[in-house]
Design a protein around this ligand. Structure first.
Ligand code: HEC
Ligand code: HEC
Length: 243
């Protein structure tokens, strides 16, 4: 039993390491000369893909973009004092890429978003991804309520990366009004206690998030919050489409 589990683990690690090398080789050279803005947009699409896979509860899908974030060459025109932020970003990306559970992946991803926001703040840049024009979906069906969850998750995310207090608080505001019961999502009777717990915890985190006013506490709230989406989706088979 023990050997079997070990060899399965080493096969998985070998597969990840192979992706790691291939992805690094593919992206390293190409991005060395990219302008800072282009580079930031590449960051954005990779980190967004990681988030979408985690919300959907699909741990394997998020490894490749997380490896890219850990391994790519930094842009050549980064602002002065970039090094500690980039080192920290890479460490969190690596922790995400190699996470053996969605809970850890969600926490590390959240720390990545916080690090982006911390460097922006240090450089007097804010709201880089703030989209206040996108309306929250309206309606009572479970699907619409779930889309409201997602809308909130995306606004809070913009709040962390931007950074932007408005974006964070918009997300928290919509989260407070999401209304789903375990009976609505067709949970089997034996699933109900856990589903109830997850839904209650989502609401509690909404309240905690409203009080969190430092990037560290927001990141802690956000990491746990995403892990709840991931947990329920991987468990019930529900959840949004992946990139
Ligand atoms: C070393 C500091 C630093 C880190 C780390 C950093 N950024 Fe940035 N980012 C900047 C600066 C400075 C700008 C403003 C660039 C400019 O003048 O256009 C910026 C701008 C941006 C923009 C706007 C680009 C544009 O011109 O439209 C986006 C999007 C962005 N960052 C995303 C991210 C994401 C996502 C991360 C984390 C994965 C991240 N950044 C990490 C320093 C950083
Ligand atoms: C307790 C379980 C549970 C939790 C927690 C949960 N979801 Fe869901 N989610 C589901 C189920 C079940 C479905 C499938 C619903 C259906 O298709 O009728 C779903 C579907 C979705 C969809 C697809 C809706 C559509 O358009 O079909 C999105 C988006 C979504 N969830 C986002 C989220 C986000 C973001 C979170 C975290 C804040 C979250 N969910 C938390 C159970 C959950």
């Amino acid at each position: 039993m023990k050997t079997c589990r070990l060899s399965r683990a080493s096969v998985a690690i070998a597969a990840i390491a192979a992706t790691f090398v291939a992805v690094a080789a593919q992206h390293g050279a190409a991005s060395a000369d990219a302008s800072l803005s282009e580079h930031m947009h590449r960051h954005m699409s990779s980190i967004r893909a990681v988030k979408q896979f985690i919300i959907a509860g699909q741990i394997d899908g998020m490894r490749e973009p997380a490896v890219w974030l850990a391994e790519h060459e930094p842009a050549s025109d980064l602002p002065a004092g970039w090094e500690p932020y980039v080192t920290e970003l890479r460490q969190h990306a690596l922790d995400t890429a190699f996470a053996n559970h969605l809970v850890f992946a969600a926490a590390s991803l959240s720390e990545m978003a916080r690090t982006c926001g911390d460097c922006h703040r240090a450089n007097n840049v804010s709201g880089v991804v703030d989209d206040a024009t996108r309306p929250a979906p309206e309606g009572d069906s479970v699907r619409v309520q779930m889309r409201r969850h997602l809308w909130a998750a995306d606004r809070m995310w913009e709040g962390l990366i931007g950074p932007s207090d408005n974006a964070w608080n918009d997300g928290i505001g919509v989260l407070a009004s999401v209304d789903v019961e375990s009976a609505d999502i067709g949970a089997l009777p034996e699933q109900e206690p856990k589903v109830d717990y997850l839904l209650t915890r989502v609401r509690e985190l909404g309240e905690l998030g409203g009080e969190a006013d430092s990037s560290e506490t927001r990141s802690a709230v956000y990491g746990e919050f995403l892990s709840l989406c991931a947990d329920c989706h991987s468990w019930t088979g529900g959840g949004p489409a992946v990139p």
